[in-house]
Design a protein around this ligand. Structure first.
Ligand code: R5P
Length: 292
Protein backbone atom coordinates (compact mmCIF):
# COMPACT_ATOMS: atom_id res chain seq x y z
CA UNK A 1 0.00 0.00 0.00
CA UNK A 2 1.27 3.47 -0.94
CA UNK A 3 1.68 6.30 1.58
CA UNK A 4 -1.59 7.77 0.38
CA UNK A 5 -4.82 8.31 2.26
CA UNK A 6 -8.16 9.05 0.66
CA UNK A 7 -10.78 10.77 2.79
CA UNK A 8 -14.31 10.47 1.43
CA UNK A 9 -16.76 13.28 2.14
CA UNK A 10 -20.45 12.57 2.62
CA UNK A 11 -21.24 13.59 -0.99
CA UNK A 12 -18.68 11.31 -2.64
CA UNK A 13 -18.24 8.27 -0.41
CA UNK A 14 -18.60 5.53 -3.03
CA UNK A 15 -16.44 7.33 -5.57
CA UNK A 16 -13.76 8.03 -2.94
CA UNK A 17 -13.64 4.32 -2.01
CA UNK A 18 -13.19 3.40 -5.67
CA UNK A 19 -10.39 5.96 -6.07
CA UNK A 20 -8.64 4.67 -2.92
CA UNK A 21 -8.72 1.14 -4.30
CA UNK A 22 -7.32 2.24 -7.66
CA UNK A 23 -4.37 4.14 -6.17
CA UNK A 24 -3.78 1.55 -3.46
CA UNK A 25 -4.44 4.04 -0.66
CA UNK A 26 -5.83 3.80 2.85
CA UNK A 27 -9.48 4.84 2.89
CA UNK A 28 -10.88 6.96 5.70
CA UNK A 29 -14.58 7.50 6.08
CA UNK A 30 -15.92 10.78 7.45
CA UNK A 31 -19.07 10.78 9.52
CA UNK A 32 -21.52 13.62 9.24
CA UNK A 33 -24.00 14.63 11.88
CA UNK A 34 -26.39 17.46 11.04
CA UNK A 35 -27.75 19.39 14.00
CA UNK A 36 -31.37 20.66 14.10
CA UNK A 37 -30.19 24.17 13.16
CA UNK A 38 -28.55 22.83 9.99
CA UNK A 39 -24.94 22.92 11.17
CA UNK A 40 -22.94 19.87 10.25
CA UNK A 41 -20.36 18.16 12.43
CA UNK A 42 -17.81 16.03 10.62
CA UNK A 43 -15.65 13.38 12.24
CA UNK A 44 -12.90 11.56 10.36
CA UNK A 45 -12.89 7.89 11.26
CA UNK A 46 -9.26 6.98 11.95
CA UNK A 47 -5.83 8.47 11.29
CA UNK A 48 -4.36 9.13 7.87
CA UNK A 49 -1.04 7.57 6.89
CA UNK A 50 2.02 9.83 6.73
CA UNK A 51 2.14 11.19 3.19
CA UNK A 52 -0.27 12.48 0.59
CA UNK A 53 -3.93 12.95 1.54
CA UNK A 54 -6.66 13.14 -1.06
CA UNK A 55 -10.01 14.61 -0.01
CA UNK A 56 -12.93 13.71 -2.29
CA UNK A 57 -16.13 15.70 -2.02
CA UNK A 58 -18.47 16.89 -4.78
CA UNK A 59 -20.44 20.04 -4.10
CA UNK A 60 -23.85 19.18 -5.53
CA UNK A 61 -27.00 20.20 -3.60
CA UNK A 62 -27.14 21.15 -0.84
CA UNK A 63 -24.31 23.06 -2.54
CA UNK A 64 -23.34 25.43 0.28
CA UNK A 65 -23.41 22.66 2.89
CA UNK A 66 -21.37 20.28 0.79
CA UNK A 67 -18.95 23.08 0.01
CA UNK A 68 -18.32 23.94 3.66
CA UNK A 69 -17.87 20.20 4.30
CA UNK A 70 -15.27 19.98 1.51
CA UNK A 71 -13.40 22.95 2.97
CA UNK A 72 -13.58 21.55 6.51
CA UNK A 73 -12.26 18.16 5.40
CA UNK A 74 -9.36 19.79 3.58
CA UNK A 75 -8.55 21.96 6.61
CA UNK A 76 -8.52 18.85 8.81
CA UNK A 77 -6.37 16.91 6.33
CA UNK A 78 -3.85 19.77 6.38
CA UNK A 79 -3.30 19.14 10.10
CA UNK A 80 -1.87 15.73 9.16
CA UNK A 81 -0.03 16.49 5.93
CA UNK A 82 1.42 19.35 3.94
CA UNK A 83 0.56 17.45 0.77
CA UNK A 84 -3.21 17.58 0.39
CA UNK A 85 -5.06 17.24 -2.91
CA UNK A 86 -8.68 18.31 -3.19
CA UNK A 87 -10.83 16.29 -5.58
CA UNK A 88 -14.11 18.09 -6.24
CA UNK A 89 -15.64 15.96 -9.02
CA UNK A 90 -18.68 18.20 -9.43
CA UNK A 91 -17.81 21.80 -8.64
CA UNK A 92 -20.90 23.80 -7.74
CA UNK A 93 -20.78 27.53 -8.54
CA UNK A 94 -18.62 26.93 -11.64
CA UNK A 95 -21.33 28.59 -13.73
CA UNK A 96 -20.87 31.82 -11.75
CA UNK A 97 -17.56 32.69 -13.32
CA UNK A 98 -18.37 36.20 -14.59
CA UNK A 99 -20.61 39.17 -13.97
CA UNK A 100 -23.49 38.46 -16.34
CA UNK A 101 -25.69 41.23 -14.95
CA UNK A 102 -24.38 44.35 -13.20
CA UNK A 103 -23.88 43.83 -9.48
CA UNK A 104 -23.62 40.04 -9.63
CA UNK A 105 -20.93 38.49 -7.46
CA UNK A 106 -18.47 36.13 -9.13
CA UNK A 107 -18.86 33.55 -6.39
CA UNK A 108 -16.53 31.07 -8.09
CA UNK A 109 -13.71 33.57 -7.55
CA UNK A 110 -14.52 33.89 -3.84
CA UNK A 111 -14.62 30.11 -3.39
CA UNK A 112 -11.35 29.63 -5.26
CA UNK A 113 -9.67 32.10 -2.90
CA UNK A 114 -10.89 30.16 0.13
CA UNK A 115 -9.62 26.86 -1.32
CA UNK A 116 -6.24 28.44 -1.99
CA UNK A 117 -6.05 29.85 1.55
CA UNK A 118 -6.25 26.30 2.93
CA UNK A 119 -2.88 25.49 1.37
CA UNK A 120 -3.91 22.78 -1.08
CA UNK A 121 -1.19 21.35 -3.31
CA UNK A 122 -3.56 20.74 -6.19
CA UNK A 123 -7.24 20.64 -7.05
CA UNK A 124 -8.78 18.09 -9.42
CA UNK A 125 -12.20 18.61 -11.01
CA UNK A 126 -14.18 16.79 -13.69
CA UNK A 127 -15.55 18.61 -16.75
CA UNK A 128 -15.81 21.91 -14.95
CA UNK A 129 -18.45 24.11 -16.55
CA UNK A 130 -15.97 26.79 -17.53
CA UNK A 131 -12.20 26.81 -17.50
CA UNK A 132 -12.31 30.50 -16.53
CA UNK A 133 -13.18 29.36 -13.02
CA UNK A 134 -10.03 27.26 -12.78
CA UNK A 135 -7.82 30.31 -13.31
CA UNK A 136 -9.17 31.85 -10.10
CA UNK A 137 -7.44 29.23 -7.94
CA UNK A 138 -3.83 30.28 -8.43
CA UNK A 139 -2.68 26.80 -7.46
CA UNK A 140 -2.15 23.79 -9.76
CA UNK A 141 -5.50 22.59 -11.10
CA UNK A 142 -6.45 19.65 -13.28
CA UNK A 143 -9.70 19.30 -15.17
CA UNK A 144 -10.26 15.71 -16.28
CA UNK A 145 -12.88 14.79 -18.84
CA UNK A 146 -15.53 12.10 -18.59
CA UNK A 147 -16.27 12.41 -22.31
CA UNK A 148 -14.12 9.43 -23.48
CA UNK A 149 -15.83 7.20 -20.89
CA UNK A 150 -19.30 8.42 -21.83
CA UNK A 151 -18.46 7.70 -25.47
CA UNK A 152 -17.25 4.21 -24.51
CA UNK A 153 -20.63 3.55 -22.95
CA UNK A 154 -22.48 4.67 -26.07
CA UNK A 155 -20.20 2.60 -28.30
CA UNK A 156 -21.29 -0.49 -26.38
CA UNK A 157 -24.91 0.36 -27.15
CA UNK A 158 -24.14 -0.15 -30.85
CA UNK A 159 -26.58 2.52 -32.04
CA UNK A 160 -26.83 3.24 -35.75
CA UNK A 161 -27.28 6.49 -37.73
CA UNK A 162 -25.88 8.57 -34.91
CA UNK A 163 -25.50 12.33 -34.70
CA UNK A 164 -24.20 14.25 -31.69
CA UNK A 165 -26.01 17.42 -30.66
CA UNK A 166 -24.87 20.23 -28.39
CA UNK A 167 -27.87 22.04 -26.90
CA UNK A 168 -25.99 25.34 -27.10
CA UNK A 169 -23.04 27.04 -28.78
CA UNK A 170 -21.06 26.96 -25.52
CA UNK A 171 -20.90 23.16 -25.75
CA UNK A 172 -19.56 22.96 -29.32
CA UNK A 173 -16.09 21.76 -28.34
CA UNK A 174 -17.52 19.00 -26.12
CA UNK A 175 -19.89 17.82 -28.87
CA UNK A 176 -17.06 17.92 -31.42
CA UNK A 177 -14.84 15.77 -29.21
CA UNK A 178 -17.70 13.37 -28.43
CA UNK A 179 -18.52 13.00 -32.14
CA UNK A 180 -14.88 12.51 -33.09
CA UNK A 181 -14.43 9.68 -30.60
CA UNK A 182 -17.70 8.16 -31.77
CA UNK A 183 -16.66 8.56 -35.37
CA UNK A 184 -19.68 10.58 -36.36
CA UNK A 185 -20.81 14.18 -36.94
CA UNK A 186 -22.22 16.85 -34.67
CA UNK A 187 -24.45 19.88 -34.74
CA UNK A 188 -24.91 22.67 -32.19
CA UNK A 189 -28.22 24.34 -31.42
CA UNK A 190 -28.66 28.00 -30.56
CA UNK A 191 -29.96 28.33 -27.02
CA UNK A 192 -30.94 31.55 -25.33
CA UNK A 193 -31.33 31.84 -21.58
CA UNK A 194 -33.13 34.71 -19.93
CA UNK A 195 -30.61 35.85 -17.34
CA UNK A 196 -33.35 37.07 -15.01
CA UNK A 197 -35.87 34.19 -15.13
CA UNK A 198 -33.47 31.39 -16.12
CA UNK A 199 -35.92 30.22 -18.82
CA UNK A 200 -34.39 28.81 -22.00
CA UNK A 201 -35.46 28.98 -25.63
CA UNK A 202 -34.04 27.26 -28.71
CA UNK A 203 -33.45 29.81 -31.44
CA UNK A 204 -32.20 27.47 -34.19
CA UNK A 205 -33.96 27.29 -37.52
CA UNK A 206 -34.90 23.94 -39.09
CA UNK A 207 -32.06 21.40 -39.16
CA UNK A 208 -32.20 18.86 -41.97
CA UNK A 209 -29.15 16.99 -40.61
CA UNK A 210 -31.07 15.50 -37.69
CA UNK A 211 -33.84 13.95 -39.78
CA UNK A 212 -33.99 10.14 -39.37
CA UNK A 213 -30.94 10.15 -37.07
CA UNK A 214 -30.52 8.73 -33.59
CA UNK A 215 -29.34 11.68 -31.56
CA UNK A 216 -27.12 12.00 -28.51
CA UNK A 217 -27.49 15.37 -26.80
CA UNK A 218 -24.24 16.04 -24.97
CA UNK A 219 -23.97 18.54 -22.12
CA UNK A 220 -21.69 19.07 -19.13
CA UNK A 221 -24.58 19.12 -16.66
CA UNK A 222 -28.32 18.85 -16.26
CA UNK A 223 -29.92 20.84 -13.49
CA UNK A 224 -33.61 21.65 -13.98
CA UNK A 225 -33.65 19.78 -17.29
CA UNK A 226 -34.87 22.94 -19.07
CA UNK A 227 -32.06 22.95 -21.66
CA UNK A 228 -32.47 19.27 -22.53
CA UNK A 229 -36.28 19.44 -22.69
CA UNK A 230 -36.30 22.48 -24.98
CA UNK A 231 -33.65 20.86 -27.20
CA UNK A 232 -35.61 17.59 -27.31
CA UNK A 233 -38.87 19.34 -28.22
CA UNK A 234 -37.09 21.15 -31.04
CA UNK A 235 -35.30 18.02 -32.32
CA UNK A 236 -38.48 15.93 -32.27
CA UNK A 237 -40.08 18.50 -34.60
CA UNK A 238 -37.17 17.89 -37.01
CA UNK A 239 -38.28 14.25 -37.30
CA UNK A 240 -35.28 12.61 -35.72
CA UNK A 241 -35.36 9.00 -34.52
CA UNK A 242 -34.49 8.33 -30.87
CA UNK A 243 -32.90 10.88 -28.53
CA UNK A 244 -30.33 9.92 -25.89
CA UNK A 245 -28.63 12.23 -23.42
CA UNK A 246 -25.04 12.06 -22.22
CA UNK A 247 -23.80 14.37 -19.50
CA UNK A 248 -21.10 14.39 -16.86
CA UNK A 249 -23.04 15.87 -13.95
CA UNK A 250 -26.69 14.87 -13.57
CA UNK A 251 -28.05 17.10 -10.83
CA UNK A 252 -31.60 16.36 -12.04
CA UNK A 253 -33.31 18.70 -9.61
CA UNK A 254 -36.82 17.86 -8.47
CA UNK A 255 -38.69 15.90 -11.17
CA UNK A 256 -36.24 16.79 -13.97
CA UNK A 257 -35.63 13.14 -14.87
CA UNK A 258 -39.35 12.43 -15.25
CA UNK A 259 -39.91 15.57 -17.33
CA UNK A 260 -36.93 14.81 -19.58
CA UNK A 261 -38.22 11.29 -20.20
CA UNK A 262 -41.70 12.65 -20.85
CA UNK A 263 -40.34 15.06 -23.45
CA UNK A 264 -39.12 12.07 -25.47
CA UNK A 265 -35.62 11.16 -24.28
CA UNK A 266 -35.02 7.40 -24.34
CA UNK A 267 -32.10 7.28 -21.90
CA UNK A 268 -29.94 9.59 -19.79
CA UNK A 269 -26.37 8.50 -19.13
CA UNK A 270 -24.20 10.39 -16.66
CA UNK A 271 -20.96 9.99 -14.72
CA UNK A 272 -20.72 9.18 -11.01
CA UNK A 273 -19.49 12.66 -10.05
CA UNK A 274 -23.02 12.87 -8.66
CA UNK A 275 -24.54 9.60 -7.44
CA UNK A 276 -27.95 8.68 -8.82
CA UNK A 277 -29.91 6.34 -11.08
CA UNK A 278 -28.35 7.73 -14.29
CA UNK A 279 -24.76 7.72 -12.95
CA UNK A 280 -23.64 4.57 -14.75
CA UNK A 281 -20.26 5.77 -16.00
CA UNK A 282 -17.51 5.37 -13.40
CA UNK A 283 -14.81 8.06 -13.54
CA UNK A 284 -12.65 6.82 -10.63
CA UNK A 285 -10.00 5.63 -13.06
CA UNK A 286 -9.38 9.02 -14.67
CA UNK A 287 -9.27 10.71 -11.27
CA UNK A 288 -6.84 8.09 -9.99
CA UNK A 289 -4.57 8.77 -12.97
CA UNK A 290 -4.68 12.51 -12.26
CA UNK A 291 -3.64 11.92 -8.64
CA UNK A 292 -0.58 9.72 -9.12
C1 R5P B 1 -25.29 25.73 -19.43
O1 R5P B 1 -24.61 26.39 -20.18
C2 R5P B 1 -24.94 24.32 -19.03
O2 R5P B 1 -24.01 23.76 -19.89
C3 R5P B 1 -26.18 23.45 -18.97
O3 R5P B 1 -26.74 23.36 -20.26
C4 R5P B 1 -27.18 24.00 -18.02
O4 R5P B 1 -26.56 24.45 -16.86
C5 R5P B 1 -28.23 22.99 -17.68
O5 R5P B 1 -29.16 23.55 -16.80
P1 R5P B 1 -30.69 23.18 -16.89
O6 R5P B 1 -30.80 21.69 -16.85
O7 R5P B 1 -31.31 23.83 -15.70
O8 R5P B 1 -31.20 23.76 -18.18
Amino acid sequence: MKNFTVIGGNASEELAKKIAKKIDAKYLKSDLRVFPDGEGKITIQGKPKKGKIIVVQSTYPPVDSNLIRALSLIAKAKQFSSNVIGVIPYFGYARQDREFLPGEIITMKVIAKIFKSLGLKKIIVVDIHSKIGLNFFNIPTKNVSAVPLLVKHFKKMKLKDLLVVSPDQGGVQRAKEFAKLLNTNYVALKKQRNRKTGKVQIKSSNLDEVKSKNLIIVDDMISTGGSIIKATEFLKKQKCKKIFVACTHALLREDAKKRIKKSGVSKIVSANTIPGSTAIVDISDIIAKAIV
